[in-house]
Structures are given as C-alpha cells and as structure tokens.
Design a protein around this ligand. Sequence first.
Ligand code: WT7
Length: 660
Amino acid sequence: MSEENTIETMQHEGRTFDPPKGVQQNAYVASMADYEALYARADQDPEGFWAERSRELLHWDKPFTKVLEADMTTPCIKWFGDGKLNVSANCLDRHLTDGRRNKAAIIWQGEPEDDVKVFTYQMLYTEVCRCANLLRKLGVGRGDRVALYLPMIPELAIAMLACTRIGATHSIVFAGFSAVSLQNRIDDCQAKVLLTADAVLRGGRAIPLKGNVDEALKTCPSVEQCVVVKRAGIDIRMVEGRDIWWHEAMAAEDISGECPYEKMDAEDPLFILYTSGSTGKPKGVVHTTGGYLTYAAHTTQWVFDVKDDDVYMCTADVGWITGHSYIVYGPLALGATSIMFEGVPSFPKPDRFWKIVEKFKVNIFYTAPTAIRALMREGTDWPKKHDLTSLRILGSVGEPINPEAWMWYYENVGGKRTPIVDTWWQTETGGIMISALPGATPLKPGSATRPLPGVAAAIVRADGSDAGPDEGGHLVVKKPWPGMLRGVFGDPERYRKTYFDRFPGMYEAGDGARVDKDGYFWIMGRLDDVINVSGHRLGTAEIESALVAHPSVAEAAVVGMPHHIKGQGIYAYVTLKSGIEESDGLRKELVGHVRKEIGPIATPEVIQFTDGLPKTRSGKIMRRILRKIAEGQIEDFGDTSTLADPTVITSLVEGKKDLL
Ligand code: WT7
C-alpha cells in the first residue's frame, strides 16, 4: 500500500484515542464535561474568564481594573489596559521566594553531548540582571529595540529576559537567516543594539555567523553596538568601537545581580517577530506584555498539563514563535523546568532526541511533524534503544500531522501511553488556539481537535457566513484573546488589511479548515501564497523577488509542492533573460543565490526553466496551474479559457517531464 493510501484510510477510519487514566486523574482539565463547561463559561463571560486566569497566573505590580477594550474593525485591542507588570519579574523574581529558587529553570543541552548547563531560577535571575545592567550601560532603555541573532545557547534566553526587564523590545532573528534577511529586519525595527555569536554549532560543524552580521550592519546605521558571544571560538573580525565580547562585558557586571525592573504597562510592546506574508517583505508581528504573558502561561499550563516536578522539552528554535512562547516565556512564567537544545534531531545519530529524553527523564515533549517524519524513516530501532517511559504527554506543531506520522509518534515514542496534543496556532496568535487538552479530549489522528476555552474559532464561507459541518472554509476567530498580535510594526494599515479586512469583526488566520460533526477542526493549509516548509512559513513573493534579483533571471514564479519530509517544498519556475543558456550549473547557482538571499530554509527543491509562465490576458500569473504541475497532476487543468497563451501549458508539462 502506498503512503498516500495509508493516510487516506486512516483519515476515514475515524479512530479515536481516549485520554489515559493516569494523565486524566490529575490534569488541570480532567474531562470533556469540564472542557465543555469551561468553554461555555469563557464564551459567556470572556472578560471574567481571562481576568481570573491572568490574576491566578501572573504577578501584577499594579492590578488591572479594566479587562478588555476591543474593536476588531479598526482594529484596536487592549487587554488588562491599566495594569502594570514586568515579564522578567514574572519569569524569575517571584520564583526566588515561592520555593523554586534552586529549581532548574533551564537545562541546556549543547550540541556536543557533554555540553550541558543547568540554570536554577536563582542563577538565571543573576545572569539576566547582569545582562540587563549591561544593556542599560549600552544606552538601551524602555521602548528601544534590541535585535538578537543567536544560536540556541543560554545567552539567547538571558538576553530576551534582560530586554523585558528594562522594557526594551526584542526582535529575534533566527540564526539560519541570511545577512540580507537580518539586515531587512534590523532596518525595519531600527534596533539600537545587536547581540550575536561567532558561530552556530550544528551537525558537528561550526557555521560562521558573525560574517553575516558584518555584512548586514554595513547598511544598518541604527545599530550602535554589537555584543558577540564566543560559542565556537572561530576567528572573527571585531569592529573597533562597535563590537564587544559578551564574556568581557558581562565580567564587568556585578555578580550580586541586582537590576530594578521597569513596571511596564500591560500594552507596552514586549517583542517583535518577523513572519512571512503573501506579499512584500516579512511583517513585524508585535506582541505586548500583559496579554501575551497571560496567554503563554495559560496555554502552557493547560495544553501541556505542566506540573511542578515535570521536565518539559520543546525542540523548536527560540528564533521562531514556538520557542518564544513554549521554551522561554510560558514555562518560566509557570516556574517550570524547560530544556533548551542546541543541536539537530539526526546528529550524531537519529536518536538524539530520545537520548535527551532518557538522560533528563523528560515528561512532556513537543516537536514538529517534519522532525517525526524524518526520524520515522530511520526506523523504530532508534527510539527502542532508549527508555522513554518518563514521557507523559507528546505535542506537535507547525503543520497538519499526517495520521501515519501521528501513529508512529504515538506507538514508538509514546509507547501507546501518552496523548498527543496537535496544536494549531500562528506567530500572530501568540500561543496555542486549537488543541486537545491531554486529560480531557479524545484524539483523532490528524485533527487539532477543539478550540481552547476562550477561543472563538470558526469556519466561514467567502461571504463570512458560518460554514456547515465538514464544509471547508476560512478559519477565523470571532472574539479577541489575550495573546493576539497588536500590530504590524510600523504599518497599521497592513495590520488591518491582512487580518481584519476580509471578514469584518473577525480575525482571519489565512488557513483553510473544516469542522466535523463532533466539532473537531481539520486544518487544510494556507489559502494565501504562503508555503509551509518544515513547519516554517515562507512567502512565495519573497522567494520570487530573491530569484529575480539574480542577473540571469527575467521572471520567476514560486509554488509549494508536496514533500515527504518537509511537508511542502519550494518549486520555482524561472524564465531566463534572453541570451542566457539553461544549464545545471545555473540551476545550482540560483539555488545558492536564494539560500544566500533568504537563508537555507528557503532552498528550492526544484527549479524548472521555462520560456513563459501561464498568464491571463491582464498579465496575472495563474498559480493554480503551476501548483498542479508541481504536484505532478498534469491531466486536468480546469478552466484555462482566460489564459493569454494556452500553449504555455504544454511546454510547461514537457519541461516538467524533462526534469524527471
Ligand atoms: C501556520 C503558522 C505556530 C508555531 C509554528 C508555526 C500552520 C501551525 C499547525 C497545526 C496544521 C498548522 C498553519 C498556520 N500550522 N500549526 N498543528 N496543524 N497547521 O508558526 O510560522 O506563524 O505558521 O502554520 O498553516 O497558519 P507560523
């Protein structure tokens, strides 16, 4: 039976998996009846529900009296508007006196197996205070932006928390992004200081990082100082007057570690994180202080059912929203123990995750379908080699998990004892929106199950009316929630247009989905020109503009193609300038060019040279056709009557055959 067939059969089989008794017994939400009651309560009285959660989970320096002021049309959203709090005080200071002072806050597993560091809450507090004092000395204050371009090392978490302590807004740029991407992001948010490292350790190699910084900073006048962490000890250039070493600067800071924190307004910006859209440059999603932290803590507690003696591990990179919310802010706000892992799943062997689970007796493990599919290919011997019985809850995020990968994860990692929470959310939502609750929700492999209490998720038709059971439509959220984005940095109009324009009064996610007769959500993927490569969002427009920036390229069109591990891969159609010869050498050069412009995550899978693209008479590229060809469906192209030149299709199909 082919892989597709297996997936198909399972989707229609409709198997469900009830929560195991052991998980159910002590869970925060311990039955479907509890879930339904909480959902109804939050629906009837959202302000009461969220105010209660926030007061229970966070320390407010000045308690809020207003809960929500929202207008989803303008849009203008304020949660806990007149309250004051500080994120680092919530993640650190209060745990110094609540019995957790000596508890591991972060267990850092470096890429080399023996490279392990444990930071207790006391130790992390001290380091954060020192770093915060250092940033203040460098002239960073409330409201300033700080860019972080760092590998998965403790300094990244320390720097984030240090920013929050002094009220600076951090903007993390994933260390896999190129110099050009870094430059765009720094320039957009006008960061004053940049923190980086000499190199990234990955797959047994040191990949230089500082060179990208030097290149990017050539055209980033806003950056006054650059602090460099020595991670690999490779040779780098330090620019006099601009670059300083982290270890030298930190050594000058008092080890008694005191740094009074700023009492921030609930709606003060906490961080900016860039994410791809269907058009133009990546947008800087803005999250604010009180609502985001409430939401991160709340979802971490309920979805992962984190208990005080649990060891919790999320394998994401802190450069993405998953790492922000579920490695750093959510777990630390709860006073939990969070593992931060620097390496990759397959190095030195495909049992790296399982080794870490065994070594630290991990109880809760959260990863992405792409990682599971990659490890699945390596066979069941790798997980079998390790004692994984400490695991109680598994999680998945980033894209729909195909039932085959779900079953493999469930059987071989969870030993059929652990629920899998498939969590749907986005950079913009700040935290998990649709997910099973491990002690309550019966699971259906491939479905993210039900919206969390307080999340008014729904499926609507193109005209905004509610879709019926099993009818595919647009995924929207009809009421505000505390973790929602508050803006696109520097571009209020883009904020409004992207999320609140098409369906008045609702948040538009950009995903297609359907809800089955049991109220379970099945996410079908993006409806816009965004593709999801290994759980990371990439705009086709961004890749196209990278391609046309190459001197040999006249025109480019990019679509997603199915990929057995990455979920989707990048398929690029390229028209060369006249006089330029097609060749494999040029193909390689173009692949390298896109990697350099955006980063290795944007590596095109296929580049097909073509003399023309399918366009309508008004010049619009018909992507529907390009998608079909990329998927290998070359029979039925539907209505092609609006094409300016229908013969283009034949030559595209011929060109595709030549590629195979
Ligand atoms: C897009 C958001 C949320 C952190 C990681 C990605 C897709 C995410 C799921 C899931 C189906 C999912 C959606 C969404 N997505 N999780 N569990 N099931 N699809 O964050 O880069 O902002 O991407 O990822 O298409 O819109 P992001």
